[in-house]
Design a protein around this ligand. Structure first.
Ligand SMILES: C[S@@+](CC[C@H](N)C(=O)[O-])C[C@H]1O[C@@H](n2cnc3c(N)ncnc32)[C@H](O)[C@@H]1O
Length: 376
């Protein structure tokens, strides 16, 4: 079924983000039915596998963010080959597979083996209906892609899945208690506690400042160094308590939680080398696209989005004097303004953000931004 778009001529509303950047609020009609079905499907599978536990650890359904918008990106286009670089719970993948009966090859990648296990049944069921060749690989998103050329579609849905965030044992959760792990790839060597307890002081400060954009980074760095004198930090609760002790009481609970969220983000980016990985993956993916092939990326914080925006501009190799948009016939309602280069076209001059309906239902999507590039 084609993704639904709201009627009207103007389409998505341009808004200005607090950072000053213009963005376009999606005008897709939010598909509540697909949203509920996603939740129901995953809960049923979790019950079937005995994965729902009374302590709520581990398995909480992950609802794909901006699903309608992602489907729209590939709607009506030839999609013979598709790679999902971040399979997660398989929500985007299974919907795309089902929406494209012409699909001949699907590859799903995830650095987290538990995500692949969760998604496998769901993807297998969609593949069975589609009868296309498929592979699922435990792989970093930038590594495996180069083996495949001439892809018609690639998706990156960055960040963490709900299964990862909601499982305190993975160490991503500010409010739950667990080990200071934060590895997306459970087989990787570096954990957050290694950074906190043994990286040089200046490096710890840099991580907090650059990856957390945390103004109070100097005080936090000092506190982390003093904690080392008392055996170091070993649980997410200890880290959250340390952050709380540095936050002004006047700002209340929300104040320290915001700071802790930035500190956890900073450590997660460093543990998983997320920014460098992203840049490499964007270049690698574009190389693998066929002519007319599209790469869609959903990012969740400004550092990621900046990299996507700037790398897209470098990749398309925009010629001086070539007009940014308008002269490209914009036949698709969702793509409001484009930037044309020698190598490619950015289909989202301004990033697309979720509908208000989706934001109300899924807090996780609030910071999501979708950017899309097409190879010439
Ligand atoms: C937001 S989730 C994807 C959710 C998915 N789109 C869905 O519909 O269920 C992001 C996934 O990307 C994976 N991931 C993060 N960094 C990665 C990397 N460098 N390479 C491959 N996968 C990565 C995470 O393990 C996580 O499962």
């Amino acid at each position: 079924m084609p993704p639904r778009t709201r009627g009207g001529v103007a389409g998505g509303r341009e808004e200005v983000h607090p950072s000053g950047e213009a963005e376009t609020r999606s005008d897709s009609e939010f598909d509540l039915e697909a949203y509920s079905q996603n939740l129901a499907e995953q809960s049923a599978r979790a019950v079937e596998k005995g994965e729902i536990r009374t302590d709520f650890e581990g398995v909480v359904a992950h609802v794909p963010v901006m699903l309608g918008e992602v489907l729209q990106v590939f709607h009506g286009r030839r999609l013979r080959s598709f790679v999902d670089c971040t399979v997660g719970a398989g929500g985007h993948s299974s919907a795309i597979i089902r929406a494209h009966p012409d699909l001949q090859f699907y590859l799903g990648l995830d650095v987290d083996t538990t995500a692949l296990e969760t998604a496998r049944d769901r993807i297998d069921a969609a593949i069975e209906d589609a009868r296309c060749a498929s592979e699922m690989e435990h792989s970093r998103l930038e590594a495996h892609l180069r083996l495949h050329l001439s892809l018609d579609g690639i998706l990156m849905d960055l960040g963490m899945s709900s299964m990862q965030v909601n499982n305190p044992r993975r160490g991503f959760s500010v409010l739950g208690d667990g080990p200071l792990d934060m590895r997306m790839n459970p087989q990787a060597a570096l954990k957050a506690e290694d950074i906190l307890n043994s990286w040089p002081e200046a490096e710890v400060g840099r991580v907090l400042k650059e990856y957390g954009e945390e103004s109070n980074w100097r005080l936090l760095q000092k506190k982390i160094m003093s904690a080392r004198l008392h055996g170091g930090l070993h649980s997410t609760k200890e880290l959250a308590d340390l952050v709380r002790s540095t936050s002004p009481k006047s700002k209340g609970r929300q104040g320290w939680i915001k700071t802790a969220t930035r500190v956890f983000q900073a450590l997660r980016i460093a543990v998983n080398d997320e920014l460098k990985t992203l840049e490499d993956a964007l270049y690698g993916s574009f190389e693998c696209l066929s002519s007319g092939g599209r790469l869609a990326v959903i990012s969740f914080h400004s550092l990621e989005d900046r990299i996507v925006k700037q790398t897209f501009l470098c990749i398309i190799n925009k010629e001086e004097g070539v007009k940014s948009s308008a002269e490209e016939e914009v036949a698709e309602n969702w793509s409001k303004a484009r930037v044309v280069g020698k190598e490619g076209i950015i289909l989202t001059k301004r990033p697309i953000t979720p509908t208000e309906e989706e934001e109300k239902l899924n807090v996780r999507c609030r910071s999501a931004k979708l950017r899309v590039i097409q190879k010439i």
